[in-house]
Design a protein around this ligand. Structure first.
Ligand code: URA
Length: 197
């Protein structure tokens, strides 16, 4: 489904549209799944395939995420999937602080509308964003995903009580096969946590 004018009716979208990466991307990638679900997955930023198709996690990393969902008995009907950045950074470079500042008010709005019980943060950027309570300046002070993956944290994020489950980024599993057993252990944790939803 392509975005239409009504999707750009709010301030958060204007902030995104003002960033350089947005001027260069093909699609603003908002999310996919059920916005009324109780489980949210948050990745980093769209890649080339996502930019092309307008949906998150449709490329190689998406295949790993699909496997995770399948293994824990979830489908797109049970979850919503979004990213820290709504547009693809050129050459898939890391998100810049100003981009995170401009793009995440939209994610925060999605979370406030959705009120998920469980948030799975995928990789360093998403995890640090939540651990820093959405304050971009504080992201650098947060511990990395290697130390916190699979450690469930009960927290309040912008007035929404969530159980944060930090997970390795599904793309990291492709590049570093040593992470696979840890990723599989973490899946068991996801399974246990979603039983409580
Ligand atoms: N990686 C991400 O973090 N998000 C996507 O949507 C695709 C790949």
């Amino acid at each position: 489904m392509a975005l239409n004018d009504k999707d750009f009716n709010f301030l958060e979208a204007v902030l995104v549209k003002n960033t350089e990466i947005c001027k260069k991307c093909k699609n603003i990638v908002v999310g996919k799944g059920d916005i009324n679900a109780k489980i949210l997955f948050v990745g980093e930023a769209p890649g080339a395939k996502e930019d092309e198709q307008g949906f998150p996690f449709v490329g190689a990393a998406g295949k790993n995420l699909d496997k995770l969902l399948n293994n824990v008995g979830l489908s797109l009907k049970d979850v919503y999937i979004a990213n820290i950045l709504k547009c693809r950074p050129p050459e898939n470079r890391n998100p810049l602080p100003d981009e995170i500042r401009a793009h995440t008010p939209w994610l925060v709005k999605q979370i406030k509308d959705m009120r998920p019980n469980v948030v799975c943060s995928l990789g360093n950027y998403a995890t640090k964003f939540f651990l820093a309570d959405g304050v971009v300046e504080n992201m650098k002070k947060q511990v990395g995903i290697t130390s916190v993956h699979g450690k469930v944290k009960n927290m309040e994020f912008h007035g929404v009580k969530i159980r944060l489950i930090p997970l390795f980024h599904p793309a990291a599993i492709i590049y570093n096969q040593k992470l696979k057993p840890l990723w599989e252990e973490d899946m068991e944790i996801v399974k246990k946590e979603i039983e409580k939803v």
